[in-house]
Design a protein around this ligand. Structure first.
Ligand code: BGC
Length: 550
């Protein structure tokens, strides 16, 4: 090869590091766009909306599970890892979706739920037959205690014991979620191999990466030791609502096992065989989430990113809260990489959870757009959608049905996307939607916001464009975050570009002290203050300030 050939090849090579600082748009396929009129969103519907997604300026989509499933947990209970549930379409539809997304420069990440399967998966059907079959140890089976009770005190997140009795084997099996979601036994090399085969299947189909469901639940303690009690002062409700006794245990043995690192290394080695595949692992742990994030993303042998729960917390995020999270993360994972989110399909939408004014909503978006890490946006948050009210009779989520009314479950954040005002289903479906469209959402539809330059949709687009235009915000280093009262500030730097970022995270005006040096205000299209003058800069409520070092 001549030198020119080498240069051309290098220029055409995919960017292996594209995920670093990327913005990922999460799609909950049941509720995005229905193309058939059956009231349930599908893959063709997503493909139809790719131009809209691309118009946001995101780098990738993450599609929540669309695999074959009895839908007890709406797709997070997989009965065939290598096919599309007919409700969502076909493998051909998936290929067309990938092609359409790639055509618009949008990468595609899919959601692999490896920790457990559905109880309808052929692996589990075989495993539960008797104690001697070829897959007898593919799940976590254990004998009862002499008094017939479960083998230990582990709890399910969705309520009750983490163990379910099976009369065929006269044994219990482990389920961290629903009883119909038995946990796979990752201590078995065959199980690992089978899961890696499923992963390879999708890599060969051209996906760019994976969101990995509950990666810290993959392994359970081999000796099945009891979890210790967690004293009330150490409990918090980041992972499960406070009314859930799951919060009363320290999950030392039911998850977060050291063997996980070796499996993640195998997973990473598989991804590394492809030009630019990536993954983000969901780490659900109320006490040690950031530390696990550090361990799992350190070096080149774990996952590329971990999905952090810190900004999904029920408590409104303050400037001091961001500093505490960043300081802990820096200590736990100086070279680790987080993926931040305010909303997703499991939590109350942040507009409602934090009771945000329009200014506050935009302020949080500007702040997240400047933080070191990758970002996940959840469909509809760009419209500033509040949580929808779903009546008990319309509830679908078994978690909500179990804990109602103290915890209403996850249906309120899963109602259909609203595209138009004129149609009673917001343009989502011509049929009866599987969850009712939030009536308060209709006036916030995409069509309504397109024609209003002050709408959140345009603010999201401006924030993402601003981020993309400044490599320091995408991939740069970040100085120690600081809070001066309610004003959060830090600097990001990359290849000679340094950007000072400050955010007034309160409903009151504030005065910002600029750091020493010469700065030029940028980001005024996001409502950023003019920071040309040194000394005190006045910030209105929720106003940011961005300045480029001269
Ligand atoms: C997903 C949930 C799901 C659970 C079990 C998660 O954390 O985000 O929606 O119910 O895993 O798979």
């Amino acid at each position: 090869m001549t030198q020119m050939d080498t240069e051309i090849t290098a220029a055409m090579a995919p960017d292996k590091d594209w995920w670093r600082g990327a913005v990922i748009y999460q799609i909950y396929p049941r509720s995005f766009q229905d193309s058939t009129g059956n009231g349930i969103g599908d893959l063709i519907g997503i493909t139809q909306r790719i131009p809209y997604i691309a118009s946001l300026g995101v780098d990738a989509i993450w599609i929540s599970p669309f695999f074959t499933s009895p839908m007890k947990d709406f797709g997070y209970d997989v009965s065939n890892y290598c096919d599309v549930d007919p409700m969502f379409g076909t493998l051909d539809d998936f290929d067309a979706l990938v092609a359409a997304a790639h055509d618009k420069g949008v990468k595609v990440m899919i959601d692999l739920v490896l920790s457990h399967t559905s109880d309808q998966h052929p692996w589990f059907r075989e495993s539960r037959k008797d104690r001697d079959n070829a897959k007898a140890d593919w799940y976590v089976w254990a004998d009862p205690k002499p008094d017939g009770t479960p083998p230990n005190n582990w709890l399910s997140i969705f309520g009750g014991s983490g163990w379910q009795w099976d009369a065929r084997r006269e044994q219990y099996y482990l389920h961290n979620f629903l009883t119909s979601q038995p946990d796979l036994n990752f201590h078995s090399a065959q199980v690992q191999d089978a899961l890696l085969d499923a992963t390879r299947f999708w890599l060969e189909r051209g996906v760019d990466g994976f969101r990995l469901d509950t990666i810290n639940f993959y392994f359970a303690d081999k000796m099945l030791r009891d979890n210790p009690a967690l004293p009330p002062e150490r409990r918090n409700d980041t992972i499960a609502p406070s009314v859930n006794p799951y919060n009363h245990q320290e999950h030392l043995f039911s998850k977060n096992q050291p063997e996980n690192l070796a499996f993640l290394a195998r997973f990473r080695a598989l991804l590394d065989q492809y030009p630019a595949a990536t993954c983000v692992g969901e780490v659900g742990d109320a006490q040690r989430g950031l530390e696990l994030l550090g361990t799992y993303t350190a070096g080149e042998t774990g996952v590329h990113m971990c999905y952090a729960f810190e900004f999904l917390s029920p408590d409104r995020l303050s400037a001091q809260g961001v500093v505490e999270t960043m300081t802990r993360l820096e200590a736990a994972a100086p070279d680790g990489w987080a993926c931040w989110a305010f909303s997703n399909h499991d939590v109350v939408r942040h507009a409602t959870r934090w009771n945000l004014s329009p200014q506050a909503l935009c302020g949080y978006t500007s702040m997240m757009g400047a933080l070191r890490g990758s970002l996940c946006l959840y469909q509809g948050e760009e419209l500033g959608l509040p949580e929808a009210d779903v009546a008990f009779d319309d509830l679908q989520d078994p978690y909500g049905i179990e804990f109602w009314p103290e915890f209403k479950g996850r249906d309120g954040c899963r109602t259909p996307m609203v595209w138009e005002l004129s149609n009673h289903n917001g343009g989502f479906s011509t049929g009866k939607a599987w969850l009712p469209v939030g009536q308060a959402h209709l006036t916030r539809s995409v069509a309504a916001q397109e024609s209003d330059p002050c709408a959140p949709l345009h603010h999201y687009r401006r924030v993402l464009a601003f981020r993309r235009a400044h490599p320091a915000l995408v991939k740069g280093t970040q100085t120690q975050t600081q809070a001066q009262g309610d004003v959060l500030q830090f600097q990001r730097s990359h290849e000679g570009q340094t950007i000072f970022c400050a955010f007034n995270m309160s409903d009151r005006p504030a005065v910002l002290q600029m750091p020493a040096g010469e700065w030029r205000a940028i980001g005024t299209e996001l409502g950023g203050a003019t920071a040309d003058a040194l000394g005190g800069v006045h910030l209105d409520q929720w106003q940011p300030c961005f300045a480029l070092k001269r």
